[in-house]
Design a protein around this ligand. Structure first.
Ligand SMILES: Cc1cc2nc3c(=O)[nH]c(=O)nc-3n(C[C@H](O)[C@H](O)[C@H](O)COP(=O)(O)O)c2cc1C
Length: 231
């Protein structure tokens, strides 16, 4: 049946959410670690609390099982690294990880971002030895944490900020967790780089889009109806 004018699909809420989902896109923003991007204090004073609020709201993601780690039910943890600490980290990475490839983009991204939000999930069962039900519980903890990450990307997009979900590279290592004081039981899911000035072209700042942005297949290739049962 065709969608008629009075249907909820035409409501403001629906179209606002759909628009934000489509507008969210990957922008990797890079600056030279030798002359990192300078962000005005007033900008950070205004946007740091906004990022914090977006994280708080992201916590409304669904979750199926109480992870109940240290009395906390949700299976995700967020750690915020502000721009000042990001610039310090950009300088430290080559000392800490001497095998770092000169083309590694982490130092350049840490030199450009307004904030870095590290999102971890908490596996409950050892991934090597987990039984079937335990594997499912682990998977659903990861799925729930992924919902929280997407919530964050959407809220930051709606707020006019740029985002990039990175797998994290060196941030995934136990060594890095130790240096940042992060519990070794937390497994990195996303290193979200937040761009505080997505509209501003600045000298020495480069932007690269997501490599798969244009390669989404038509929806007819990934949606099907199940209307016949084999029995
Ligand atoms: C779980 C996950 C991990 C990702 N890790 C990386 C990454 O390490 N490097 C990268 O270039 N893009 C990474 N991306 C971003 C994708 O490249 C990007 O989403 C894709 O190209 C589609 O572009 P769009 O986000 O603009 O739609 C990641 C995305 C997801 C969901």
């Amino acid at each position: 049946m065709p969608i008629s004018e009075g249907d909820p699909i035409h409501s403001n809420d629906y179209s606002t959410v759909a628009d934000v989902i489509e507008r969210r896109r990957t922008w990797k923003v890079l600056a030279d670690p030798i002359s990192p991007r300078v962000l005005p204090d007033e900008l950070c004073d205004r946007l740091d609390p906004l990022v914090l609020d977006a994280i708080v709201q992201s916590g409304w993601a669904p979750f199926h099982y109480s992870r109940n780690h240290e009395g906390v039910a949700v299976p995700w943890r967020f750690h915020i690294v502000n721009s000042v600490t990001c610039r310090k980290l950009a300088g430290k990475l080559p000392d800490w990880f001497q095998d770092i490839n000169p083309n590694n983009k982490l130092p350049a991204m840490l030199s450009a971002c307004g904030a870095l939000v590290l999102v971890y999930w908490l596996p409950q069962f050892d991934e090597e030895t987990a039984k079937q039900k335990q594997v499912q519980i682990n998977e659903e903890h990861l799925a729930a944490a992924s919902c929280a990450v997407q919530n964050l990307l959407l809220l930051l997009t709606a707020a006019g900020l740029g985002t990039y979900w990175s797998s994290g590279g060196f941030f995934r290592t136990a060594e890095m967790s130790e240096k940042l004081g992060i519990d070794p039981g937390e497994k990195l899911l996303a290193a979200v780089f937040v761009d505080y000035l997505p509209e501003e072209a600045a000298e020495g700042v480069e932007r690269i889009g997501g490599k798969h942005r244009e390669s989404r297949s038509p929806h007819s290739k990934w949606i099907s109806k199940v209307d016949a049962l084999n029995d």
